[in-house]
Structures are given as C-alpha cells and as structure tokens.
Design a binder for this molecule. Structure first.
Ligand code: NAD
Length: 420
C-alpha cells in the first residue's frame, strides 16, 4: 500500500476527511467559517501531510494579468506542480487562461477556490494592494504561499503575514526576481567573498523606459492602480532595488534621505533619488526613473530601452554591472571587476529562467519544509516593504518637479515637445 494511502486511512480513523467535498457541498459559496477545534487539528495534519506527500503539489494561482500569465507558463512546465485552479476578479482573464493553459477550474472568488480545491500551495500574482487579504486567507487555510513582490503595500501588513506564516509553520516565498539572475547573484558572491575588500558603497541606477510615448492617456492608464493604490513606481518597481541593496549591504538601514519626482500627473512618484545609510556604514545610492522610451532611447532599434546599472565599491576594488534590455529582444549584461590585481570582464547572455527557477526552488522548499537560499526570508521581504515605504514617504516630503509638470508649464504636450 502506498504511503499516501496509509496517511489517508489514518486521517479517516481520526475522523478527519481528506477527500474532496461531495458535489452538494461544493455547490454554494463554500468558504468554511467553522472555528471548531477539530478543524485546527485537521489543518495541522494537512500541513504535515503536505510535507510528506509525494509531488506533484496541487497549486492554484490568483491574478491572471501580465505577470500571472508568465507564472502560469512556468507552473505548467514544472512536473513538481499540478496546476488545478486559477483565480481573477476579471472573467475575461479567466476565460483566456482556462483556454491557453488548460486550467481545469477557474474562480472569481479566491476564498471559494481555497475552500474547494484542496490545494497544497497558492501563487499570488495580483497587484500588490490585494496581496495582504489573499495571502492572509491562504495562510489561515494552511496553504504555502509564493507571492510576487512587493509582499504588501503597508509595512504593518507584511509583519502580520510573517508572524502568521511562522505561527502556522507555512512557507511564504516572495519572488524578488533579481535574486534568481546569475549576474546579480554573482555580485552578491563577489561581495560576500570579499573580492573587492570590505563593501563601502552601492549604486543602483535604473532608467526604466516603459511608458510608450507620453506621460498621459492610455499609456499611463494601465499603471493607474499602481499610482493610486500601490504608492507608485518607486514603491512597486523600487522594491526590487531595496531588496537587492539590503541583500548586498547585509545590514539594516539607519537613515534615508530621499527626493522623489513625479513625471506623470499622479500624486505618487515614478522617480526618486535616495541615499540609504546602512547600520554597518555602507552607503547606498538609489536613482530611479520610469520614463517614456523616447527619453531613454531615441532609436526604436536600440537595445537600451532600460538603462540599468549596479556599482559596488569596496576597500580594494569595484564591481560594475550594466544591463541592456528590451523585452522580447536579445539582451545581455556586462559585469566588470576592477581590483589592484587588474580587471576582469564577464558577459552574461540572455537569461530568462528566473521564473522557472522560482518554481523549482519553491518545490524544493515545500519538500524540505524551509525556503531555499534563492528566496529572501519572510522577514527580509517584510523589511523591504518598510524600506520602500520609508523612501517614498521621505521622498514625497521633498518633491522635485517632474518632466510632466515642467512640460505642462511650458504649455505643450510631452510628446510634441520631444518630437520636434
Ligand atoms: N518580478 C517582476 O519582475 C515583476 C514585474 C512586473 C510585475 N510584478 C508584480 O506582479 C504583480 C502583478 O503585476 P501585473 O503587472 O501582472 O499586474 P496586472 O494588473 O497585469 O495583473 C493583476 C491581475 O490581478 C487581478 N486581481 C486584482 N485584485 C484581485 C483580487 N482581489 N482577486 C483576484 N484577482 C485580482 C487583476 O484583475 C489582474 O488581472 C504585482 O505585485 C507586481 O508588482 C513583478
């Protein structure tokens, strides 16, 4: 008899059923609100059952937008996971993914999905303002969670989730994508192995060329919720930077001095320059702008749509990393190491495996019962929420005029001005 069958029989002897609810039970809005003790004990059994169980793990995904579809592509490729359900508030999005990725069950209500599907884990790929209630509900249901960055919008919410995951003994894996990229991991390795001596300074510069041609209209509308509900691009995209900077500095932040900029008509910033002073004396410089393509590259064929540079300076050398990227086109990055012994240059070719790595590492984490080193710990992810919030708040006290405002003052649209 197989091990899983034996475990199932034990559950039945104890009076805890692991079998799926009958059709009649599954028909309604089945969020089970019972708080009786036997359910708690049952959930504890369920968790140890997940750890012992043979893969594939049953996984559901919530949030079938741009990133959600990238996650779905990877989940279906990885044999360790069995994609059983997808959720989104938009029925249109659900129809699309049900067809494209052959998802057996779709839900507009994630609570209903958790109640019906007997999941082992859930992937949360909604916009960041909805992460907190979804992850909280998943953890309360005894599910392991893999979630897109940033963990939440409010630091207090991130801390609550960390405590809940800890209390329940569940995994909370936040996918800070750059932790999976060989180039950025190499920088960490060079710092940790003291190849540049003791780390003194970090520069993170990103000119993110992702608006199309103007700062207004349809080009911006797709980012509206980020500017109104997620504290803007400096918070949302910037969380990658604050995660990497804390990871490299390996120390908490002591002080932040920031000046934010709003290149759009929205209140939350999409540009910011900040100095982050770390408790161990490392100084970090964060410089970020989200700009239309015509600002970051006038040439349609240029690979330099995103200008992305990281510099790490140590007592005995410097690491310089430049990334040239345009979605869908070949890209590469160049890492240079300068020390007294000489200089070295490494070209990293296109890397597109970060998302499949995330799911491979998540499967290994479920199997071993703890997050692998690719993921930040839940506390580190929560700390990134705190730093991002700190930078945005400080930056907004000292706003610089943005391009949109400057161009508006001149009485011409951004596009017309730039195309002359
Ligand atoms: N790691 C990266 O490089 C990277 C890149 C882009 C975005 N992201 C992150 O991925 C997440 C999603 O971003 P996106 O660009 O795919 O956004 P998106 O707006 O394209 O997709 C979000 C989806 O979530 C759905 N949704 C929102 N609230 C919901 C709820 N309560 N229940 C169910 N569905 C809900 C929306 O209808 C939408 O389909 C964000 O956290 C974002 O920061 C990460």
């Amino acid at each position: 008899m197989r091990r899983t069958q034996i475990i199932k029989i034990k559950f039945q002897l104890f009076g805890f059923s692991q079998s799926k609810p009958k059709k009649t039970e599954r028909a309604g809005n089945s969020m089970n609100k019972t708080t009786d003790k036997s359910k708690d004990i049952s959930e504890n059994f369920t968790r140890s059952f997940i750890l012992k169980k043979k893969t594939p793990y049953r996984i559901g995904l919530i949030g079938c937008g741009q990133e959600g579809q990238r996650h779905l592509e990877e989940i279906i490729r990885i044999p360790e996971f069995n994609l059983v359900a997808a959720g989104d508030v938009r029925e249109e999005a659900l129809k699309n993914v049900a067809k494209t990725y052959s998802v057996p069950h779709v839900y507009t209500n994630y609570e209903e999905m958790f109640a019906r599907e007997h999941l082992d884990a859930v992937a949360v790929v909604t916009s960041a303002d909805s992460h907190f209630p979804i992850i909280k509900c998943a953890l309360q249901r005894g599910l392991h969670v893999i979630c897109e960055k940033p963990l939440t919008v409010e630091p207090r919410e991130s801390n609550l989730l960390v405590s809940l995951a800890q209390k329940k003994g569940l995994l909370l894996a936040v996918t800070f994508t750059y932790r999976f990229v060989p180039d950025t991991r190499k920088i960490k390795e060079l710092i940790t192995r003291r190849k540049i001596g003791r780390l003194m300074g970090l520069h993170f510069i990103l000119l993110h060329g992702t608006y199309q041609h103007t700062f207004s209209g349809d080009n911006l509308r797709k980012y509206e919720h980020v500017f109104t509900k997620v504290k803007g691009m400096v918070f949302d995209c910037g969380s990658h930077a604050f995660d990497l900077l804390s990871w490299y500095a390996d120390s908490p932040v002591k002080r932040v001095i920031a000046r934010a900029q709003c290149n759009t008509g929205y209140p939350y910033p999409d540009g910011c320059t900040a100095i982050l002073e770390y408790q161990n004396g490392v100084k970090g410089l964060y410089d970020y702008d989200k700009l239309p393509y015509y600002v970051t590259s006038f040439d349609e064929n240029s690979p330099w749509r995103n200008f992305f540079r990281i510099i790490a300076t140590g007592t005995h050398g410097t690491v310089l990393w430049d990334f040239a990227g345009k979605a869908g086109n070949p890209r590469q990055s160049i890492l240079k190491v300068f020390t007294q012994k000489g200089s070295k240059e490494v070209i990293f070719p296109i890397y597109s495996k970060e998302r499949s790595m995330q799911y491979q590492q998540f499967a290994l984490s479920i199997k071993s019962g703890e997050l692998t080193g690719y993921f930040p710990s839940p506390s580190e992810a929560a700390y990134t929420t705190k730093v991002a919030d700190w930078v945005v708040k400080d930056g907004m006290k000292n706003m610089l005029p943005g391009l949109y405002q400057i161009q508006k003052k001149r009485g011409a649209s951004a596009a017309n001005n730039q195309r002359k």
